[in-house]
Design a protein around this ligand. Structure first.
Ligand SMILES: [Zn+2]
Length: 217
């Protein structure tokens, strides 16, 4: 189902896809073409003041660990983190723009069952922009409270190691003044992979909610 496909992984904030599907990305490195759409690169408050500008080098370094070329990364310019619900149309237009360029077979995005307003908005927009595309959503350990996986993807040990390294690329996000930081720990990342693997009888896995599936001829 996942081999010989064009797969688009969408994040609201750089590092989302690493938590959600880095193992899948690395496991498929020689089998499918992976693209990444990062929808924001800064964070604003309700008055429009910039609270944080993300370090792009962290995203680039992460993608190196996952063997995704820089040329397969799309970064949106004018969608501020934390304010996604107000920018639904801009997000949709970004999704349509990327769709017209790469026409993905599979889209993997944040979950509807997520406590973060940006993550939920991305999911809603993807439902519309990719309504005719196979679509999965991923979990983020500290944010997907109501997550009910029904697709389990076995990942290799090498891919799990790459996932840990990719997540660790985001040094700024491990600062306790920016995030709670604890979910960046190798122990938590590996534990989740083991737990999801145990659910389906393999050593390591990532779990997804399947939202839409297209079985073509
Ligand atoms: Zn996020």
């Amino acid at each position: 189902m996942f081999k010989n496909k064009t797969i688009l992984c969408i994040s609201a904030h750089m590092d989302d896809i690493e938590f959600g599907c880095a193992g899948l990305i690395k496991t498929l490195e020689n089998d499918s073409v992976i693209y990444v759409l990062a929808l924001s690169k800064d964070r604003k408050d309700s008055k429009g003041s910039i609270q944080e500008v993300r370090d792009l080098d962290e995203q680039y370094k992460s993608l190196e660990f996952l063997n995704v070329p820089k040329s397969n990364l799309f970064i949106s310019e004018n969608i501020p983190g934390q304010l996604f619900p107000e920018y639904r149309q801009e997000i949709l237009e970004e999704m349509y723009r990327v769709k017209s360029l790469i026409n993905p077979d599979i889209v993997i995005t944040t979950s509807e069952n997520d406590i973060h307003q940006d993550h939920r908005t991305v999911n809603k927009c993807a439902q519309k922009a990719f309504s005719r595309t196979t679509r999965l959503s991923y979990e983020i350990v500290n944010a997907t409270d109501g997550f009910l996986p029904n697709i389990f993807f076995e990942i290799t040990e090498e891919a799990l190691k790459a996932k840990v390294m990719a997540i660790d690329s985001y040094k700024t996000q491990q600062d306790s003044s920016i995030t709670s930081g604890d979910y960046f720990s190798e122990e938590i990342i590996k534990s989740l992979a083991v737990s999801r693997g145990a659910r389906v009888g393999v050593k390591y896995a990532e779990a997804f909610e399947c939202e839409n599936i297209l079985i073509g001829l």
